[in-house]
Design a protein. Structure first.
Length: 115
């Protein structure tokens, strides 16, 4: 069977030598590094963040996933904006009947305004 000089086959088992294992590990590290750099560059791009925001607003991504994709700060900002977009009313007390103008309010009639 066509085993390389760094491999040894014993009874159908592939035995990997230390040199072959080191070479495989080095290839994996290079591939991981390239992928990691690509992900880092992509995650910081505006188009990627817009895509993540759209998916989050459309309920296609959960908040925890958004944090992992774009970072905590951006994810928090998106959560605040999503709440605002959903137009959830704020839980505010009803205003008092306080005269905030101290009697200096001016009434303006706009119906007769011709231009």
């Amino acid at each position: 069977m066509g085993a390389s000089r760094d491999e040894l086959r014993l009874g159908g088992w592939l035995v990997v030598t230390a040199r072959d294992a080191t070479a495989r590990l080095a290839r994996s590290v290079r591939k991981y590094t390239l992928n990691h750099e690509y992900i880092e560059n992509t995650a910081g791009s505006e188009s990627f963040q817009k895509l993540v925001a759209t998916k989050y607003y459309d309920e296609q991504l959960k908040f925890e996933t958004v944090k992992q994709l774009v970072g905590v700060e951006t994810a928090q900002r998106l959560r605040i904006l999503k709440t605002d977009l959903e137009d959830k009313p704020l839980d505010l007390a009803t205003p008092d009947d306080t005269d905030i103008y101290d009697g200096d309010a001016t009434t303006v009639e706009t119906a007769a305004d011709e231009r």
